[in-house]
Structures are given as C-alpha cells and as structure tokens.
Design a protein around this ligand. Structure first.
Ligand code: SF4
Length: 431
C-alpha cells in the first residue's frame, strides 16, 4: 500500500516520537501520611465537579506472562481468587461509603486488569452486581469486561450478552502467529478471530488492542493486522509497543534472542498506514490510541471529563486512578493488597496531589487525547488564557503546523496527531 507522510513532516519532526505523555503512574510519589490524610478528607466532601466518573474494579491475575508486559499483575491461582474478591469488595465499600462517592454518578463499570475473565461466570457477574448495588449509576451506564481471547469462553460471552454487557475488550496484539509466539500469546490468530466473531454475532461491541513496532514486525504484517481488525468490525486501540527494561522481551532483545524494533522512520510509516486505513474505513481517531466507529465512545465521560472527572479504580496493582487533583495506584502484590485492606485502610501505594500548575499542564494533555482545549473553560478555571500561560510552546507548535488556534479552542492538526505525545511533553515541567 501507499504510505504517505504529510509533506511538511520532515522539517516539523522531533528527533523521535514519544509514546506516552508526562504524568504516568510510575512518576507518582510513594504514599505519604500527609497526602493520604488530605485524600481521605477530600473523599469526605461532596462531589461538586458536575462530572460523571468511571468505576474500575481490577482483577490483577494473569495465567501467562506476555513477554512485553510491564503491568503489575499476579500469577493466577484459583485458590487466591475468592480471598482476593473479598478484599476487592471491602475496598470498593471503603470508597462507596464516602460522601464524595455517595454524591457521584458512574456511567461505566469496567472490569479491568490483568485478566478478569479468569473469574468464573458467577464471580464475574457477582462482582458487577455488587458494583451496581453499591454505586450510583447513570440511567444509560455501560458495562465493559476486559479479558484474554483464550479465557472468554462461549459460556461467558453468551452470559455477557444476556446480562446486557456493552463491550468486551481483548488484547489481540497481532494477527501474525510468528509474532504471537514471540510475545508468548498462547492462542493462535485464528482463535482470536473466532472469539471476536462470536462476540460480534452475539451483539457485543468488541475492542481489541493491537500493537505496532513489535520486534521483527514488517509494515505488511502490521497492515494485515489492521485490515483484519477492520474486517472483524472491532473497535481498536492501536498502540506503539514500548519495550521497558524490566520486561522479558527487553532481556531477549539484549541477548540477541529477539530482533530489534523498527527504526523511527518505519515506526512512523506504521502509524500513518494505520491512520489512513482506519479513517478510510470510517473509523474516527479518538482518545490517545483508539479508532472507533461507535458514536458513544467519542462521548465517554472518562475521556471528555479529563482531568476533572475521575476513574475510581480498585484492586491490586491498579494504576489509572484519579479523582480531580488526586492520582493513585495500588499495592501490586495480591497478598500485600489483601493484608492492607484487612487492616482497614485504602491499599494505595502511590498517591499524588496536583498543584494548579500541574492541572494546567494536564488540561493541555487533552491534545494528546485528541480533544480540543476549551480556552474559555481554561480561563474560568485558572484566570488566564492558555496563550498567556504557554505563549512560546503554543507559538512553536502553531508555526510547525501541529496545532490550530481559534477564538474558542486549541486543537491538533492531522500532522499534530502523529506527534501528539511529543506535543503533550511540550507542556511538561521538566521537558
Ligand atoms: S494479559 Fe495483559 S496484564 Fe496479563 S501478562 Fe499479558 S499484557 Fe500483561
């Protein structure tokens, strides 16, 4: 296929593409007594943000280790699941009983992880019911279940459809079996396709993760995966693989047992090829890496409410939690997590409270999420327009053709979409 980088790309490019914006959970400080106290006090206040939140119980077990995985998770053992779920329900109740949560509404219940589909069918729907009974949901809330293609049995998919689950998420990663074996993804591409087809036939929305810049992946292999995802009529999160030093894959690459990743030019071509194929097929780029043909996804509150709304995440190793100015991640080891909950405290490991300066920078990361920055809202919150706070950065990005600024808002251009993580870094404190 023809892969065309935008004409002005050469002179505009940074030396390399960033994959993630600033403010990942790894940078949060370890929990300190003072910040914990402030967080607890904050939770005893009313939610006056007028924003709807997402509830995310997290099942941190996996039954195999993908070689690229850098997420905190725990090896699966069926005997651990019940004690873990008991602790998870206790943690959920600690939040449910706070004034903040009692005065909040949730428009999504997302079973995240890890691999929630390692739960039995009864455990899975018991947990969803528990959330529905103890948290306020909007009239039109959605349920999503994350899982691996090999543990979404037919029985669980049928039960999900019958229950009214809106979406199932599966980490397909690639439809190239050679790459799947290298990444230690146990089932075949054919099996993943069959699972997605079955879920679609049952009327479920299916979102799959796929990755580009896997070591040894060619442009053809990547575009085949993209085309397969389109043929399956799946929603897609198309990530650039970042290989972290603590992963099995990194060690294999260092030892020469896995090939290197693509050079930056090929990586950009992979991004552009996916962008073109998805948009030609009627997908809209939304969020940081999503391509969607489902109208509702563009309206999701957890996306559009950033950074003021909230994701109330719970469970061992969960790391995407944020409620207004507070961001947190939980204790990773399941045993330590259970012990902390049984001591009657929130099992938080890292907790950060943003200053107003941080919040301004977070608002600018809306560009990374492919959302416009509303200039008037920025002024109402912070007393100044973005141009007054970030004159140099905005001028530089505009001159490079990466953003457009008008009376109302600041938004990415098509070229800016390619560099959206780099753009977010322009506003970081220690760029
Ligand atoms: S399924 Fe997800 S969390 Fe589990 S090992 Fe693979 S990438 Fe990591």
């Amino acid at each position: 296929m023809k892969v065309s980088l935008p004409e002005t790309e050469k002179e505009n490019s940074y030396s390399s593409r960033e994959s993630w914006p600033p403010y990942t959970y790894r940078d949060y400080p370890d929990i300190a007594p003072g910040t914990y106290k402030e967080f607890i006090e904050f939770l005893s206040t009313e939610n006056t943000s007028n924003k709807v939140m997402e509830l995310q119980p997290w099942i941190s077990f996996c039954d195999s280790r993908c070689t690229f995985c850098y997420y905190p998770n725990n090896p699966y053992s069926s005997s651990m699941m019940e004690p873990y779920l008991e602790a998870l329900r206790k943690e959920l109740m600690m939040y449910a009983e706070t004034k903040y949560v009692k005065t909040s509404e949730f428009d999504e219940i997302v079973l995240g992880g890890g691999t929630p589909t390692l739960m039995t069918k009864d455990q899975m729907f018991g947990l969803i019911k528990f959330c529905e009974q103890n948290f306020n949901t909007t009239d039109d809330y959605f349920i999503k279940i994350t899982g691996s293609s090999r543990s979404f049995s037919k029985e669980k998919l049928v039960a999900a459809a019958d229950y009214g689950v809106f979406q199932v998420d599966m980490g397909a990663q690639t439809f190239d079996d050679k790459l799947r074996r290298m990444l230690n993804l146990p089932d075949s591409a054919e099996h993943v396709k069959d699972e997605v087809k079955l879920a679609r036939k049952l009327g479920l929305c299916v979102c799959i993760d796929i990755m580009y810049n896997i070591p040894g992946q060619t442009l053809e292999s990547w575009t085949d995966t993209v085309k397969t995802a389109i043929d399956l009529d799946a929603e897609v999160d198309a990530y650039c693989l970042e290989v972290y030093p603590e992963t099995i894959l990194y060690k294999q690459m260092q030892a020469g047992k896995a090939p290197p990743q693509a050079d930056p030019e090929l990586e950009k071509k992979m991004y552009v090829a996916a962008y073109e194929l998805f948009t030609e097929a009627g997908y809209k780029p939304i969020g940081h890496d999503r391509y969607s043909r489902v109208e509702w996804h563009a309206k999701e509150n957890c996306l559009n409410g950033w950074p003021w709304a909230g994701i109330l995440t719970t469970g061992a190793g969960c790391f995407m939690g944020y409620i207004q100015k507070f961001s947190y991640s939980n204790i990773e080891a399941a045993k330590d997590y259970i012990a902390a909950v049984n001591e009657g405290r929130l099992p938080i490991a890292k907790l950060s409270k943003s200053t107003d300066q941080d919040m301004m920078r977070k608002v600018m990361t809306k560009l990374y999420l492919r959302l416009p920055v509303d200039k008037q809202e920025f002024k109402e919150r912070f007393g100044k327009l973005p141009e007054e706070v970030y004159p140099e950065q905005l001028k530089r990005l505009k001159d490079k053709g990466l953003i457009e600024i008008d009376e109302k808002e600041i938004k990415l251009t098509k070229l800016g979409d390619l560099w959206k993580a780099n753009i977010a870094w322009e506003f970081a404190e220690n760029k």
